[in-house]
Design a protein around this ligand. Structure first.
Ligand SMILES: Nc1ncnc2c1ncn2[C@@H]1O[C@H](COP(=O)(O)OP(=O)(O)OP(=O)(O)O)[C@@H](O)[C@H]1O
Ligand SMILES: [Mg+2]
Length: 499
């Protein structure tokens, strides 16, 4: 065993989040760590890597008892982690982010070998299928590209244990394939991985063993080949879940949102589609196809240069998001850190912010109303918090996403736009979110969803518009929805095949 953790305990201000947890890694394996949102996966890995101290238990690495006081100590022992939260510094360049803390300097002089670092950075990223300039400002990149930089950073450290905490949450299938090739290549060289993901397909294709946590407790460790999807779900949630998606029973009505030939230079071109009351309209496509750019412009985050947008048949122009909100549009962003949550605010305040009219009266906050709304939404979505005052940033990743969605449910918008609504959300909570989306649609809300998870797009949507290089090439009807059909269009359709 290269890593052994026994009887690990951890509490945050009295809230016990790990109870006698056991976890071990064999050299050279890819070990999945699964559990519902808030089960304690990230916390366990933060204890292993010296980010949090443990309250009790033992950690042995390569046969030695260790108690790392700092992540640097773990790195010195060859253990590195790709965190669930991105740690990209937006003002720095791509190469500066990659080499942060490991800058290469000319011997003795301390001069930075900038050219050399830029070249190495571009090489490393190209191996992960990302072809960008090392001098580009990291903050200008999409979440998916930032994620690839984080991965490259860990892969460059020469570690022999690499912990990946939901590395693929922001990646699409093609990037995931490339990442898996790189991971398997390193495994062949003896590198050990911990792989945290809520995407069951990934676990089965990549990992050899799996450990499941439930509610801060160790449940089981199994050999992947000897288990299956249903068993793992049962171990995770402690009950049968039923189908993965709600039964499809939507009956689309009149057009709520009409998008007519909108363009923005370099981002998207003559995109047209409409979303009806009572339907879920999916937008699929590969990373960089322009999906987020389109929906962000519908919400006023970006200005539309050409084309028109109508709500209930009337043209609208949004220069900023508040104007979209006033017209009854809700928006769940793919980037919860900068557009979704105010991480330093409490969970309750985050919910109240988008629901001010419901919880205030002539500028005064109505505390009981606020509390009621908080309780209603937290219960509806099964958000795990220690209370209304918990800071949003200390929630587990998946629970943060639920709060982002909860913010909009209070408003009951006419049109609800969701960009990657279940990123980082566990199977049980995914089902809850799907059910809520389906319920809202049945109540007449027009739902527009961008998603990279094909099973989700197919399981929920009434129709799917597929984007390729900034254009919406094709709109598929529900009966035409298969993974093959969507991927065919997402990679350029007929045009691509003929090449
Ligand atoms: N710094 C902190 N302060 C207070 N509570 C915390 C802190 N970090 C984590 N927690 C709590 O510990 C519990 C476990 O969180 P953790 O992030 O480990 O879950 P997770 O299994 O990684 O979930 P997810 O799948 O959502 O990422 C949660 O209830 C969370 O609110
Ligand atoms: Mg986590």
């Amino acid at each position: 065993m290269i890593v052994e953790m026994e009887n690990i305990n951890k509490a945050f201000s009295g809230n016990q989040v790990l109870k006698d947890v056991f976890f071990s890694l064999e050299k050279g394996e890819i070990h999945a760590l699964m559990g519902e949102n808030g089960a304690g996966k990230s916390t366990l890995m933060k204890i292993l890597t010296g980010i949090y101290p443990r309250d009790g238990g033992n950690v042995r690495v390569k046969g030695r008892d260790v108690s790392y006081a700092h992540p640097k100590d773990a790195e010195d022992d060859g253990i590195t982690v790709i965190h669930q939260e991105l740690n990209i510094l937006p003002e720095l360049s791509v190469a500066e982010n990659l080499f942060l803390g490991n800058e290469q300097t000319v011997w003795k002089t301390g001069w930075l070998k900038t050219k050399e670092m830029n070249r190495l950075a571009e090489e490393q990223l190209a191996e992960l299928g990302l072809h960008i300039k090392a001098t580009e400002r990291a903050g200008n990149l999409s979440v998916g590209k930032q994620q690839i930089i984080e991965i490259a950073k860990a892969l460059m450290t020469d570690a022999d244990v690499i912990i990946m905490d939901e590395p693929t949450a922001a990646l699409t299938d093609r990037e995931i394939d490339t990442l898996f090739e790189v991971v398997r290549g390193l495994q062949a060289k003896g590198v050990t991985f911990v792989y945290i993901s809520h995407r069951m397909e990934e676990i089965f294709s990549l990992c050899q063993r799996i450990t499941v946590l439930r509610d801060g407790q160790y449940v089981a460790t199994q050999v992947i080949k000897e288990t299956n999807f249903d068993e793992i779900v049962r171990l995770m949630v402690g009950r049968e879940l039923g189908g993965r998606f709600p039964d499809y029973d939507l009956q689309p009505g009149e057009v709520k949102l009409a998008v007519k030939g909108i363009s923005r230079e370099g981002e998207f071109e003559s995109v047209s589609f409409d979303v009806r009351a009572g339907e879920i309209f999916g937008i699929a496509g590969l990373m960089g196809a322009g999906r987020s750019e389109v929906v962000e412009s519908l919400f006023g985050y970006r200005k539309i240069a050409i084309g028109t947008v109508e709500i209930d048949g009337k043209p609208v122009i949004f220069k900023k998001p508040v104007q979209a909100i006033e017209k009854g549009i809700g928006f769940v962003s793919e980037d919860r850190k900068s557009k979704g949550l105010i991480v330093d605010f409490s969970v309750r305040d985050n919910i109240s912010l988008t629901n001010l009219s419901a919880v205030s009266s002539s500028g005064m906050m109505l505390r009981t109303k606020e509390q009621q709304l908080y309780e209603e939404l937290v219960k509806k979505l099964g958000v795990r918090t220690s209370g209304p005052n918990q800071q949003a940033k200390s929630l587990s990743g998946g629970n943060q996403q639920k709060v982002v969605i909860a913010k909009w449910l209070g408003i009951k918008p006419k049109v609800l736009i969701l960009d990657e609504p279940t990123r980082g959300v566990d199977v049980g909570a995914k089902k809850e979110i799907y059910t809520i989306m389906n319920e809202l649609a049945k109540q007449g809300v027009a739902i527009l969803m961008v998603s990279s998870e094909l099973p989700e797009v197919i399981g929920l949507s009434s129709r799917v518009g597929v984007m390729f290089e900034g254009k919406m090439l094709k709109i598929l009807d529900r009966h035409e929805l298969t993974e093959e059909a969507i991927m065919h269009e997402a990679t350029g359709g007929e045009k691509h095949v003929r090449q």
